[in-house]
Design a protein around this ligand. Structure first.
Ligand SMILES: Cc1cc2nc3c(=O)[nH]c(=O)nc-3n(C[C@H](O)[C@H](O)[C@H](O)COP(=O)(O)O)c2cc1C
Length: 198
């Protein structure tokens, strides 16, 4: 018997808004892959191949990397984003990817998609301002952004090793708590991808 939507394992697509090898935010996504609670899995997706948004290019058809990115979002039950903070805002790498994914407006792969946000910075604000900007933008795309808990990872130099692996136990517990909340949020919204397709 096929599992009911509420029993089916959930897939979260994890994206980090940094291309840096030892990125803290890529480390947050790797930690999420390791810490995914029973009944969920996190699949990391790299944004390195996404070109700069250009409406003229879009008009003749999404580039292959963009089409693949959109398909990955569509196939996932929810999106998990780890954002750095650049100048109190969302880095261009991530904003650009969200802009591609948000098209066509009002019926994009982000429409009604559950989303959770976390972020790590070297500063003391822990990406609070970037997360506020990102939440605002995703709300405009009709994304369903998890309200709480907030995962604001400040002064990250002490929480990650030199390769960007998350080593701080308390932050790892925060990431796990976020995944538990995202699973409940996704099931509560009742839109696992299987249910939408049927
Ligand atoms: C252009 C630029 C702007 C930055 N602005 C901020 C900022 O506003 N707040 C902050 O806490 N850190 C800021 N930082 C430092 C980042 O938090 C730090 O580079 C962090 O490691 C980036 O995330 P990543 O490790 O995932 O690449 C900035 C870094 C860059 C390169």
């Amino acid at each position: 018997m096929a599992p009911r939507p509420s029993d089916r394992p959930l897939t979260f697509l994890g994206i980090a808004g940094s291309l840096r090898r030892a990125s803290y935010n890529r480390g947050l996504i790797r930690a999420a892959v390791e810490l995914a609670p029973t009944g969920t899995r996190v699949v990391a997706y790299d944004l390195a191949e996404i070109p700069l948004y250009n409406a003229d290019v879009e008009e003749v058809g999404d580039p292959g990397s963009v089409a693949a990115f959109k398909a990955a979002i569509a196939a996932a039950d929810a999106l998990l984003i780890a954002t750095p903070e650049y100048n109190h805002c969302v880095p261009g790498v991530l904003k650009n990817a969200v802009d591609w994914a948000s098209r066509p407006a009002r019926r994009s792969v982000l429409t009604d998609k559950p989303v959770a946000i976390m972020g790590a910075s070297s500063g003391r604000g822990g990406t609070a301002r970037a997360q506020a900007h990102l939440r605002d933008g995703l709300t405009y795309t009709d994304g369903l952004v998890l309200p709480l808990p907030e995962v604001l990872v400040a002064e990250s130099g002490a929480r990650f090793d030199a390769d960007g692996n998350l080593i701080d136990p308390s932050t790892r517990a925060d990431v796990r708590d976020l995944l538990v909340a995202l699973a409940a949020w996704t099931r509560r919204l009742g839109r696992p991808v299987e249910a939408v397709a049927s």
